[in-house]
Design a protein around this ligand. Structure first.
Ligand code: NIG
Ligand code: FE
Length: 415
């Protein structure tokens, strides 16, 4: 139907990221496959053609709607593969305590941290959480992100975890932001189980996971495997049960201590291991052998005032298909800005701007099992793209702190 065709033209750079149908590794991460003076034809919400203006403009029909990119960069919408999209309130109070010298972990040990957000999220209704999630969705979209993975994990009762996942589903249905839901019931040990954590693991395994799977409320299951939170043995129970119920696996691993979480994730065939600030060369080799994708979260290093970023260069050199993500959450990483993450990836982890963009688009899409549909500008994929206020893609990582996308499209519709 030509009615719904769209020509995007006059792009200084059309950053296509075309390539093999798999995540990019090693030197492939620096290959963005840019078309200078590019154009793209969209039909029925899908990409029909990409090429130079000369090649693509003649394909437009009389009723094709034309979008002039004004010599700006056009690239795929960012895919944010690790977010805690929905939570009640914020933790500005704890932020102020951290500014005065307390650490993230000290605050958590005194009952704050994740558990303080849990207390407030339990008090919120599903409708209130949907409204909050919609507000956050607007933040992501304005920054050029069109897909997010969205975790639960601030409910920690059967009903409150289901409430969060239903809220995520409604945010996805009522906004242009695509949300991929992840069940994170094992995010923290709730107050009422502090003295008997294994009983809480029983609840996650015996009640939460079956209910989440029965309601088809999540595609993935995640766990915070960390000293003083969930042990490797507890994580094995949770992740094994999730796998038996058909959920894919993602793991918060090696954030503060290197605990063996990566090895467990590899053994169970997890899709991703996330954080990895403390990871070792041995664990990098384990990830490579098992085909697990690392998801690096430099925003959470920056915001808690740590200096120790994940070893991105060693991972790229080892041939791992690195992903970067915001880790958007009210504690360790209160940002929805993927361009901020590009900046941190380049300045702090020494990735090149091209590697960072690959990690935030096509590699992230594959980590969510969406690589066939999103993450690059290729014929057949969904027309999720962004016109950025930049003439050169490197500006996205170079300027920091103030980026707003010029125009955002999801499935060919302007957001
Ligand atoms: O990825 N590490 C555990 N979870 C989050 C933090 C959540 C919070 O502080 O509320 C993270 O950093
Ligand atoms: Fe996280």
């Amino acid at each position: 139907m030509s009615q719904s065709s769209l020509l995007v033209t006059n792009c200084s750079q059309l950053v296509t990221l075309v390539g093999p149908a798999r995540p990019r590794i090693g030197p492939e991460m620096r290959e963005l496959h840019i078309i200078n003076d590019g154009a793209m034809l969209v039909k029925d919400g899908h990409i029909a053609e990409t090429g130079t203006r000369e090649q693509v403009e003649p394909l437009a029909e009389a009723d094709t709607h034309v979008v002039d990119a004004g010599r700006r960069v056009v690239m795929p919408g960012f895919v944010d593969a690790h977010t805690h999209l929905v939570f009640a309130s914020n933790r500005a109070d704890e932020f102020e305590m951290r500014c005065a010298g307390m650490t993230y972990q000290q605050i958590a040990e005194r009952g704050g941290g994740i558990r303080s957000t849990v207390r407030r999220t339990r008090e919120a209704t599903e409708d209130e959480l949907v409204t909050i999630g919609q507000k956050h969705a607007g933040w992501f979209l304005r920054g050029g992100t069109t897909t997010v993975e969205a975790k639960s994990g601030y409910g920690l009762t059967v009903e409150d975890e289901l409430k969060l996942l239903r809220a995520v589903r409604r945010v996805s249905e009522t906004t242009p932001l695509r949300c991929v839901p992840t069940f994170l019931g094992a995010h923290e040990i709730p107050d009422e189980y502090k003295s008997r954590p294994d009983d809480y693991v029983d609840l996650v395994v015996n009640e939460m996971i079956p209910a989440v799977a029965a309601g088809k409320l999540a595609e993935y299951c995640d766990i915070f495997c960390e000293a003083k939170v969930f042990s490797v043995a507890q994580a094995e129970r949770v992740l094994t049960a999730a796998k038996q119920h058909g959920l894919g696996l993602r793991v918060h691993a090696d954030q503060f201590t290197s605990s063996g979480a990566v090895e467990l994730a590899a053994k169970l065939g997890a899709r991703t291991v996330d954080h990895l600030e403390q990871t070792t060369p041995e664990s990098i080799a384990v990830m490579k052998r098992a085909g697990v994708q690392p998801v690096l979260l430099p925003g959470s290093v920056y915001a808690i005032g740590s200096q120790k970023y994940a070893p991105a260069r060693a991972m790229i050199e080892a041939g791992l298909p690195v992903v970067i993500a915001t880790d958007f959450n009210p504690g360790s990483s209160p940002t929805a800005s993927m361009t901020m993450i590009l900046s941190l990836a380049c300045t702090q982890m020494k990735m090149t701007p091209a590697e960072a963009i690959t990690a935030a688009t096509v590699n992230a899409a594959w980590s969510l099992n969406r690589g066939y549909r999103i993450g690059s500008l290729e014929a057949g994929k969904s027309a999720d793209f962004v016109i950025h206020d930049a003439g050169d893609y490197r500006e996205l990582a170079y300027y920091f702190g103030g980026h707003r996308a010029h125009a955002v499209f999801a499935a060919g519709m302007r957001v």
